[in-house]
Design a protein. Sequence first.
Length: 204
Amino acid sequence: MALNKKFAGIAGGITAIGATVALTAGTFSYFSDSKTVDAGTVDFGTLTLSTSHAASAHFAVPNAKPGTVVYNGTDNEGEDPALCFENSGSMMGVLQLSVVPKAGNSWQFNKYVKVEFVGYDTYPESKAILHGANSLEQYQAAGRVNAAQLEPSNGRSSDATTKCAQMIVSIDKDAPNELQAATGDFTIEATLVQQEENGIYPAS
């Protein structure tokens, strides 16, 4: 009986010593120090597309007939071209244009109403659609096309930061009788996208 009590006391002592060692080990650490260094600031550039003249104005053409020019930007705007876009942001941009027929247009309207731009010649691959009178149907199929390179204005205005073009709207001479008294509409959507630093232009 006495032996059992003595053994229990020894076991208890061992347990107490073990607990003390564990507590001591948990409070030990190496010296250290730290500093925070201000590494720098990143400011993102901007692309801001501004419009003027007919680029921000709606025009209406009454009594359109086959074989005629129904809208000529230069004639209607005096000496000013019909469409002017400016990059008033801080980084190089590429102007992309798309001519979008209204959803309710008849197929005849989209096929026989033609639009031509005179003055966009930066991108050779875009000449097929931006040069010459092309139908609304053709523009719709082409989607967005690269029209011009626009440098950032940074408070200044020049030929490099602003690009203007004459817009001519005509009716194909083969327009059918179904277009008599017809009404249709289209919009011009302009988008300014960043130009890659390596000179590779964004896809149309």
